[in-house]
Design a protein around this ligand. Sequence first.
Ligand code: MN3
Length: 243
Amino acid sequence: MPNTRRDFLRTAGGIVVAGAAVNGGLAASAQAAAPESGAGTRTEHQLPPLPYAYDALAPVISAEIMTLHHGKHHAGYVKGLNAAEAALAEARAAGDYAMVQHWARQAAFNGGGHYLHSMFWKVMAPPNNGGGGEPAGALADRIAEDFGSFANFKAHFSAAAKGVEGSGWGLLHYRPEDGRLLILQAENQQKLSPWGSTPILGIDVWEHAYYLDYKNDRGAYVDAWWSVVNWAQVAASFEALRK
Ligand code: MN3
């Protein structure tokens, strides 16, 4: 299965998942699907494997949550994205765009889910074994410059994550236009996302991400989550985007 950036770009026939071409190391895995007559080519998206065992993030996130979250929820977004893109290809082949709004919405929702979950697994690591602590190097400098201090960043990001209305994400984006980091929220998987910046860190705050472990206490989940953040991965994404 192709999983390097170069293979991805080649086998996808120039069709690139949003952000995948520039978000080094975080690209969702995919392979080319057979071209459909008259419809152009499309990508057959794949569920990427977890970079650690299902129980590796315990006790911060239990194996039960990880198993369901990766194997059911993320897999569902991959399936939904493939279905939406296949339906759009069929619409092109048939010249029938009666359902284009529906499938475009499905592609955005499920594509957002696939992209963000592919990032989410990578920006976490087992506590005290790659997870936790603070960033170093250029990323640490950028955080201090843009937010005043790491403590300020952490407080702002935590508040954004805890404050998402309904289901969504707390996100840290890199904006190449001015080289700054931005703390943002996403509702569901795609709403409130500005153009031109790329997420390099995110926490899923849908109830499926924490309810089995923390019940309704999203705040406790967000506070505990810092001890599984893989700052080396976040720094690698930051460095790839800066270049
Ligand atoms: Mn989720």
